[in-house]
Design a protein around this ligand. Structure first.
Ligand code: FES
Length: 165
């Protein structure tokens, strides 16, 4: 067994530090005032916030790691756990709920065999429930990455998910 095989996945994530420098310095001038936007950009790059990247960021902008960690846990949009290549947000707000959002969620869970907040073993999908994503008239709505799928029925879920590798 190699030394790294017992490390949690997040610690063996392949971090491209040159790419991190590009985000931190080139895009945001290494300015700690831009912390939230830097975190958003790192999360966009990795789909979550890898711990080694946060440690590097802390040193780079001179902000204690504990403070950065606190910001990451305060905002629900940030994830400290590895997430799948495709993020499925199922809306369970009132408008979507009354139009069958719960049945759509059950169908997604049945197909992917994961619960809310979980990721498939092949890292293809992560499922997250949200409360209103701002297009209630299209309910029930799911969002996959940046794509909205409105008025979706449970029968359409499988074909919709299959579009995302
Ligand atoms: S309640 Fe689902 S988009 Fe508003």
């Amino acid at each position: 067994m190699s030394a790294s095989s017992s490390l949690p996945k997040e610690q063996i994530e392949d971090i491209d530090y040159l790419d991190l420098d590009r985000i931190i310095e080139d895009e945001f001038n290494g300015d700690r005032e831009n912390l939230i936007m830097i975190l958003q950009a790192i999360q966009k790059r990795y789909n979550y916030l890898p711990r080694p990247a946060l440690l590097y960021l802390a040193e780079k902008i001179g902000v204690p790691f504990s403070k950065i960690y606190g910001v990451c846990t305060f905002y629900s949009t940030f994830s400290l756990e590895p997430r799948g290549r495709n993020i499925i947000s199922i809306c369970l707000g009132t408008a979507c709920h009354v139009r069958g959002g719960e049945r759509v969620r059950e169908r997604i869970q049945e197909i992917l065999k994961i619960g809310d907040g979980q990721t498939t073993e092949d890292m293809r999908y992560t499922l997250e429930s949200v409360r209103c994503i701002g297009c209630c008239s299209l309910g029930p709505v799911i969002k996959i990455n940046e794509d909205m799928h409105g008025r979706i029925t449970s029968d359409e879920v499988k074909n919709t998910l299959d579009q995302y590798e």
